[in-house]
Design a protein around this ligand. Structure first.
Ligand SMILES: [Zn+2]
Length: 486
């Protein structure tokens, strides 16, 4: 591919133009917050799978696409709604195309927020609201970056395509549909949906269910978790024919367990700490906590006891040991696994497993090992989905240019490109990487399990979003003179 510049070095971003970008951002901060709050206000939790009819991911996903379309069109950019799967805005012209891939759906809120989740709260320099970091805030920052370039007559000589997805968090059928109906995909893409500085490799994703036999008249129901790619923060066992008082006494010392009587039923509730499945070591899985408590209380025998032992085992480590696949590699580190959601039907527990495997591993090989490992427990694997890993070398021109721009804005010389377990849109696109927005050096004022992506009180300093705006504006200009496919 030829991308030799007709513009030459002197047309790269000059100090003067950099200053103009900074002034533009400064002058548009209020408008940015006002527009972003309209997007945050939509409780856009998408439905998994693809529903028949007009709203493939539910009405709220469609609502957020409609709200975003109206705003982006008001900026003077033409926007297409692709069947309520996603929006696509095209800006500028050129033979080649650069993609910016972000999403407008969010993960559910849980019930532990101190701030209103679907309202953008500005508290000093802090912005709080579901999606402020993942991914509404950074996506909107990158849209403003493109506006800034257009207003300042600095648009690159490539076309810019902004993709706004409606189902990133629970299936990514949005980007699959976009790829099916697009005539031409971007030559290179960025997704503002990871950590700074830049993710140049994403682990493979292996998702499936484990069916665990658990027939016992004492156990009426067993549920836990809300989303498959998040460590379960709550799990509840509903029991009958057991003594609530005895259970309370036996489990009195367990701070994560509550025992309640409801008529002739006894509910045992475990509380964990939810984190994203790509960093499970930072969380506490409520399903494992509950299984261990029920084992401690010694109320089951036979199949139910075996089932609790198995649940305890699966949740006793996060790196595949319990499933027979404790693998790791140099560029991307250890495999991770998480039991996210559990339910019970006709005496069988069904536990979802989310695995992120190293970039050099093979999903089929791992699956074989897992089936072999769980078989002796009478546990079966079903509904398997495997997303292959993506990897682009740290010394490619694209990655090196991105790193240079990011460092020029943030000044963090210790930042290095990394690989990760969280699967972003980048895995679905050629020459793509996740760029920003989370600052790995930043500590949330709300503590370890609160304030970050997928957590309660999701928040970010406003400055991070303005810096992200600047990174994207600078990068789009700086990329003009390099071959983005190398
Ligand atoms: Zn995201």
């Amino acid at each position: 591919m030829k991308i030799l510049s007709e513009r030459g070095f002197d047309k790269m971003l000059s100090i003067e133009n950099e200053k103009r970008i900074e002034e533009w951002i400064e002058a548009h901060k209020e408008e940015f917050i006002a527009d972003l709050s309209k997007i945050i206000a939509v409780p856009s939790v998408a439905t998994p799978g693809v529903a028949e009819g007009e709203y493939p991911f539910g009405i709220e996903s469609a609502n957020v696409l409609a709200a975003a379309k109206e705003l982006v069109e008001s900026y003077g950019f033409p926007v297409k709604n692709l069947d309520n799967y996603c929006l696509v805005a095209n800006i500028g012209e050129g033979e080649e195309k650069i993609g910016i891939m972000g999403h407008l759906d969010v993960v559910p809120c849980g019930n532990d927020w101190n701030y209103p989740p679907y309202q953008l709260t500005v508290d000093g320099d802090l912005l709080i609201g579901r999606g402020i970091l993942d991914d509404k805030g950074p996506l909107w920052a990158s849209i403003f970056a493109v506006r800034c370039l257009r207003d300042l007559d600095l648009l690159p000589k490539r076309e810019i395509e902004i993709f706004m997805g409606g189902q990133e968090e629970c299936g990514m059928n949005d980007i699959i549909h976009y790829k099916e109906v697009s005539e031409k995909l971007p030559d290179a893409s960025f997704t503002p949906d990871g950590n700074y500085p830049l993710c140049h490799g994403e682990k493979g994703g292996l998702r499936f269910y484990l069916a665990i036999p658990c027939n016992d008249e004492k156990i009426v129901d067993f549920t836990g978790g809300t989303v498959k790619n998040v460590v379960a923060d709550k799990a509840v066992a509903t029991l009958k024919g057991v003594c609530a008082k005895c259970l309370k006494e036996k489990l009195a010392d367990n701070e994560r367990i509550a025992v309640d009587e409801e008529g002739d039923l006894v509910k045992v509730t475990a509380t964990g700490a939810s984190v994203h499945a790509s960093i499970p070591e930072n969380g506490v899985n409520a399903i494992g906590v509950l299984a261990n408590a029920l084992l401690d209380a010694e109320i089951f025998e036979g199949e139910a006891k075996d089932a609790m032992k198995f649940l305890s085992l699966v949740n006793s480590d996060y790196n595949g040991a319990a499933l027979g696949v404790p693998v790791e590699d140099e560029p991307s580190g250890k495999l991770t696994h998480v039991g996210g959601v559990i339910g019970m039907d006709r005496g069988v527990l069904d536990l979802s497993i989310d695995i992120r495997y190293p970039v050099t591993e093979d999903g089929d090989r791992l699956l074989e090992k897992i089936i072999e490992t769980v078989e002796p427990y009478n546990v079966t694997v079903h509904n398997v989905a495997d997303t292959k890993p993506a990897y682009s070398p740290a010394d490619s021109e694209l990655v090196r240019t991105c790193m240079r721009v990011i460092k020029s804005v943030f000044g963090r010389d210790h930042w290095k490109p990394y690989t990760m377990g969280g699967g972003t849109y980048a895995k679905h696109m050629p020459n793509a990487c996740a760029l920003g927005p989370e600052d790995p050096d930043y500590e949330s004022p709300f503590g370890l399990f609160r304030g970050s992506i997928h957590q309660s009180d999701e928040s970010t300093p406003a400055k991070l979003l303005y810096d992200t705006m600047k990174v994207y504006a600078k990068l789009l200009v700086e990329l003009d003179d390099i071959d983005v496919t190398k």
